[in-house]
Design a protein around this ligand. Structure first.
Ligand SMILES: Cc1ncc(COP(=O)(O)O)c(C=O)c1O
Length: 385
């Protein structure tokens, strides 16, 4: 090695000197964020419900079998069975995209296709994971307010037996939908009936299944197990959990390879007890329902507060925990700097305001007041004509 090279190549740092140079992590003394600041961007922006955080702490300490062989994962099977019936089998996973991709892979052969609404999360918000990771063909159908119907399923289910066509095999619906709307129990029953009559199985993306049950005021099994839904992607994260969703197989004949697909899809948690214990805390008592009812009630309150504001148009029925509205773009921009929320549709300016288990009445009222003030400013501005 020549001399110039040596000077460019400093001596190897020791771990001791590296550690000595480090300062105290800021998170040891304070939060990096304001723990009292909340907006209307997403129920995923919310933190962890304190009862769930406590449960994670109780599952800590000692050693437990990894990859789901632990006592907490064993226990949570019974908890899901209480909600979905004795045949239900639960497979905890990390996230909703994973739950959907695993479910749909388990329900299809390589030549099969999945019928879904054009607005479905699997179609628009999973970065193509169902296609690229799951190898799935999606048959996306334009719908009114994000809801499939038996008639739409019938049309999309054409081409069975045609060797040139991907074979429709699964109908995937979302409850509550991506647009904040709900299927009634009868509407889901009718879709399942039509699907099964056409030899199709039914998957339900339940990222917000608790919000749906709370809004319909029925147990979750009323619009899943009891009407013949085959597989559910059960959502916990948006309803107060830290991390975790669950594939719940209601009809074992509708799937194959579940045991292997979870690992293959990189969704098999090694320390699964900490995912499972959260489901236990959420579902053993009424926490799931309390959180969902509250979140829904905050959306209803928000809609009532903005409904009559001139220039603000609520675009969709408010049936779960989100409000979709159009308003002047300048108002959206100014409001967003105080209360984070998303523009849902850039072309129309439609925004989504979403509530969570920890949204307070004061949050809603404060936001509505700010919106009213911004609309008044806008009405008085010269550009508004
Ligand atoms: C309808 C729906 N399905 C699934 C998911 C889960 O997505 P993630 O992979 O981010 O947990 C979401 C999250 O926004 C969703 O809204």
């Amino acid at each position: 090695m020549d001399a110039s090279r040596r000077t460019l190549c400093p001596g190897r740092a020791s771990l001791t000197s590296h550690q000595a140079e480090r300062t105290t992590p800021v998170t040891q003394t304070s939060s990096l964020h304001d723990p009292d600041a909340r907006g209307f961007a997403s129920d995923n922006y919310a933190g962890i419900h304190p009862e769930i955080l406590d449960a994670i702490g109780r599952a800590n300490g000692g050693h437990q079998v990894a990859y789901g062989g632990d006592l907490y994962t064993g226990q949570v099977q019974g908890v899901f069975q209480q909600h979905f019936g004795a045949a239900a089998e639960a497979f905890p996973v990390f996230n909703g995209t994973g739950a959907n991709v695993i479910s749909l892979q388990a329900m299809t052969e390589r030549w099969d296709a999945v019928i879904c609404a054009e607005s479905a999360h699997i179609n628009v918000d999973e970065c193509g994971a169902p296609e690229r990771v799951g190898g799935l063909k999606l048959l996306a159908v334009p719908t009114a307010q994000g809801k499939l119907t038996p008639e739409l399923v019938e049309v999309a289910a054409g081409g069975r037996g045609d060797e040139h066509r991907a074979q429709p095999k699964v109908v995937s619906i979302t409850q509550s939908t991506e647009l904040g709307t709900l299927y009634t129990v009868d509407e889901i029953a009718a879709i399942v009936e039509r699907a099964h009559a056409r030899d199709l199985t039914v998957h339900l993306d339940g990222a917000r299944i608790a919000n749906a049950a709370a809004a319909l005021d029925v147990p979750m099994r009323a619009f899943t197990t009891d009407v013949g839904v085959d597989v559910v992607s059960f959502g916990g994260t948006k309803n107060g959990m830290m991390i975790g969703e669950c594939v719940v197989v209601l009809n074992p004949d509708a799937v194959r390879g579940m045991v292997f697909l979870r690992k293959l899809s990189m969704q098999l948690a090694s320390k699964m007890r900490f995912v499972s214990v959260q489901f236990d805390a959420l579902l053993s008592g009424d926490l799931w329902l309390r959180n969902a009812r509250h979140s829904n009630a905050m959306a209803t309150r928000l809609e009532a507060a903005v409904r009559d504001l001139a220039g603000v148009e609520v675009q969709r029925p408010v049936q779960a925990n989100s409000v979709f509205a159009t308003l002047p773009a300048a108002v959206t921009e100014r409001l967003q700097s105080r209360y984070p929320f998303y523009v849902w549709d850039e072309s129309s300016g439609e925004v989504r305001w979403m509530t969570a288990f920890d949204t307070t009445e004061a949050d809603v009222d404060g936001f509505a007041t700010a919106l009213r003030a911004e609309m008044a400013t806008e009405a008085g501005s010269p550009q508004s004509g």
